[in-house]
Design a protein. Structure first.
Length: 550
C-alpha cells in the first residue's frame, strides 16, 4: 500500500512538471509575440515623429491607433480621449459643477444645444440656439482680480472658431463662483451680457413623472446613470401617493447605461429571487446571474413598457426581463439589439470601454443583432423603417414564464408593434429631415414667455405665450414659410400628411423652452400615437399580470 502511494505521488509530480513546462513555454511565447508587436508599433510611431514632412503631435496618433484597433472587434468597444472620458463619467455620475448647458461648435460658433432645467443657465434665461460669443480671458475665472478692463468690465475673449473644450474650460468652475459671459441671440442686435453663478448640475434620467390618466402613472426614463434608481424610487413614490394603480414606463430612445441600474430598475416590478439578466464571457468574473435581491414594491401594478428602435442596452435588459416574466406588456417597435457588456477601464486620464461579456434575458435570449464588417448596416439600424415582427430561425425561439413565444437574435420585439420613428409618430422622410436639422427648435425661438423677467429674456420673438397657449393654423402656416426661408424644399403632400406631428412638435419645443419638460411632455403624450395606444392596452396588461400571479 505504501509503495503504491509513493508511485502515485511521483506521477503527480511528473505530471505537474510537464504541464507547468508546457504552460510556461506558451506564456513565454505569447510574451515574445506581444513584445514584437509593441516594438513594431513604437518603431512606426518613432518613424512618423522623426521623419514626417512636418512636426507631428503623436498623442492623437496613439489615440487614433487605439480606436482603430477596437473598431476591428465590435461596434461598442470604444476608446475615450481624456475630455470624452470626463464627459462620460459626468453622465454616469449624474452631476457636475457649472452653469448647466450643453454646447456644440456650429459653423465656428459655440452654440447652446441643451439646457438642464432649473440650472443657473436656465434661470438666467439662456436658450437653445444662443451663441456663447464671449467667455472669461482665463480658464479659471475665480483667479482674475487683475483681469479687468479700465472701465471695470470683466476681461473677455471672443469665442469665434474656438473648440467646445476651450469654452468649457472657461465656463466650468467651483460651486458658488461666478462666470461672466456674453451671448448672441438671433434677432437681437446687441450681445446679452450675463454674470452666472455656478452650481451643482444634476443630470436627471427620470425627466418626467406624472398622472397621465385617472389611476395611471407615466414615467419617462431617458437614459441610465448612477442616480437612476434613486430618481425612479422617488418618482414612483410620488405617483403612488397620487393614486397610481397602473403605470406606463417609457424607455423609448433610451440608449442604456450602468448594468447595476438596469437591475435596480427591474427589481421595482419583480419578486425577490426572479432572474433579471445573466452574463457570460471568457474573463474572470464575467459569468454572473443577476436576480431581484428584494421584493419589488410594485409587483401588483399593471405595467406597460414603451420602447423604440433606439432603446438599447440597459433599457433592453429591463424590457426583456419584464416580457420574459410576463410582468409587463411591451408596446412600440423592436429595440436596437445590443446585448454586449462593456467594462470601463481607466488608462491614465483616458478611458477604454471593452466588451467583456454577452448578456441574456431570463428566458435565455441573446438579443444582440449581428453586425457587418464595417458596422455600417448595424449603426444605421435606427434609420430604417420597421414593418413588424420578422422571420426567426427555430434556434432563437424561447418561452416566457407563462408559455408565450419570444425570440432572440436582434432586439426585443414588442407584444404589440406600433411604428413611431419620432416621438411616437411614423412620419415622412421630409418631416424627419426638418426634425433632424433642428428646424422645430429654431422656430421655437420666435416665442417668448409672458412676463419673463430673467436677465437674458430679451428676444426678437413675435409670439408671447402663457401655459396652455393656442397653436393656431396661422402659426402652422408661419412655420411652413419659415422652412422655405431656411432653404428647405417644401413637400406639401408630406407636410399635410404629417400635420398632426408638426403641430405636436412645435408645441413641444416651445413648451420645453418656456415652461419646462414636464409641461411639454404632458401636452405631447395627449397626441402621441404610441402613448395613446398604450392607454388602450392597460386592460391587457392587467390580464398579463393576473397570468403572472398564477
Amino acid at each position: 500500500m505504501r509503495n503504491r502511494s509513493v508511485g502515485v505521488a511521483l506521477s503527480v509530480v511528473l505530471l505537474s512538471t510537464l504541464v507547468g513546462g508546457v504552460l510556461g513555454s506558451r506564456v513565454l511565447a505569447r510574451a515574445d509575440r506581444e513584445t514584437e508587436r509593441y516594438r513594431v508599433f513604437t518603431a512606426a510611431l518613432a518613424t512618423v515623429e522623426n521623419e514626417y514632412v512636418e512636426a507631428v503631435d503623436t498623442t492623437p496618433l496613439v489615440y487614433s491607433s487605439i480606436d482603430g484597433m477596437l473598431r476591428t472587434l465590435d461596434p461598442h468597444s470604444t476608446f475615450f480621449e481624456p475630455r470624452q472620458y470626463a464627459q462620460m463619467r459626468e453622465r454616469q455620475e449624474g452631476h457636475y459643477y457649472g452653469i448647466g448647458i450643453s454646447i456644440q461648435a456650429v459653423d465656428g460658433d459655440i452654440t447652446v444645444t441643451q439646457l438642464f432645467e432649473g440650472s443657473p443657465a436656465y434661470r438666467a434665461g439662456i436658450r437653445r440656439g444662443d451663441i456663447i460669443a464671449r467667455v472669461p480671458c482665463a480658464p479659471d475665472a475665480t483667479a482674475q482680480p487683475d483681469a479687468k478692463a479700465a472701465a471695470g468690465k470683466p476681461c473677455q475673449d471672443d469665442t469665434k472658431g474656438w473648440s467646445t473644450e476651450d469654452v468649457v474650460k472657461r465656463i466650468k468652475g467651483p460651486k458658488g463662483t461666478t462666470v461672466d459671459i456674453a451671448i448672441r441671440r438671433a434677432g437681437v442686435s446687441q450681445l446679452i451680457g450675463l454674470t452666472v453663478e455656478r452650481d451643482e448640475i444634476n443630470i436627471t434620467t427620470v425627466r418626467t413623472a406624472f398622472m397621465i390618466a385617472p389611476g395611471t402613472g407615466y414615467v419617462r426614463l431617458q437614459d441610465f446613470s448612477e442616480t437612476t434608481d434613486q430618481e425612479l424610487t422617488a418618482a414612483l413614490k410620488k405617483l403612488k401617493a397620487s393614486g397610481m394603480q397602473r403605470v406606463i414606463l417609457d424607455l423609448r430612445d433610451n440608449p442604456g447605461g450602468p448594468l447595476n441600474q438596469a437591475i435596480a430598475v427591474a427589481n421595482h416590478f419583480l419578486h425577490k429571487g426572479q432572474m433579471i439578466v445573466y452574463t457570460r464571457g471568457r474573463v474572470e468574473n464575467a459569468d454572473d446571474d443577476y436576480r431581484a435581491v428584494m421584493e419589488g414594491e410594485y409587483t401588483d401594478v399593471p405595467l406597460i413598457v414603451l420602447v423604440s428602435r433606439q432603446s438599447a442596452s440597459a433599457s433592453e435588459i429591463v424590457t426583456g426581463s419584464m416580457q420574459d416574466h410576463d410582468r409587463g406588456l411591451v408596446i412600440g417597435e423592436t429595440t436596437f439589439g445590443k446585448a454586449l457588456v462593456q467594462s470601463v477601464y481607466s488608462i491614465d486620464s483616458a478611458g477604454l470601454a471593452l466588451t467583456t461579456a454577452h448578456y441574456y434575458t431570463p428566458s435565455g435570449r441573446l438579443i444582440q443583432r449581428p453586425w457587418d464588417g464595417s458596422f455600417d448596416e448595424y449603426s444605421l439600424y435606427a434609420l430604417r423603417d420597421q414593418s413588424g415582427p420578422r422571420e426567426h430561425p427555430a434556434s432563437e425561439l424561447k418561452y416566457t414564464d407563462g408559455g408565450r413565444k419570444v425570440y432572440g437574435g436582434g432586439g426585443v420585439e414588442p407584444d404589440h408593434f406600433i411604428p413611431g420613428a419620432i416621438e411616437g409618430f411614423n412620419v415622412q422622410p421630409f418631416t424627419r429631415a426638418i426634425f433632424q436639422r433642428g428646424a422645430f427648435i429654431s422656430f421655437a425661438e420666435k416665442f417668448t414667455k409672458e412676463g419673463d423677467t430673467r436677465p437674458a429674456a430679451r428676444s426678437a420673438a413675435t409670439h408671447k405665450v402663457a401655459p396652455g397657449w393656442e397653436l393656431t393654423d396661422a402659426i402652422v402656416d408661419e412655420f411652413k414659410q419659415f422652412l422655405v426661408a431656411e432653404g428647405f424644399k417644401m413637400d406639401d403632400a408630406a407636410f399635410n400628411t404629417d400635420r398632426a406631428f408638426i403641430k405636436a412638435e412645435i408645441r413641444f419645443e416651445v413648451d420645453n423652452d418656456l415652461f419646462g419638460v414636464e409641461e411639454a411632455r404632458r401636452n405631447l403624450t395627449r397626441v402621441d400615437p404610441q402613448v395613446q395606444a398604450a392607454l388602450g392596452y392597460l386592460d391587457e396588461a392587467k390580464k398579463l399580470l393576473d397570468l403572472n400571479k398564477k
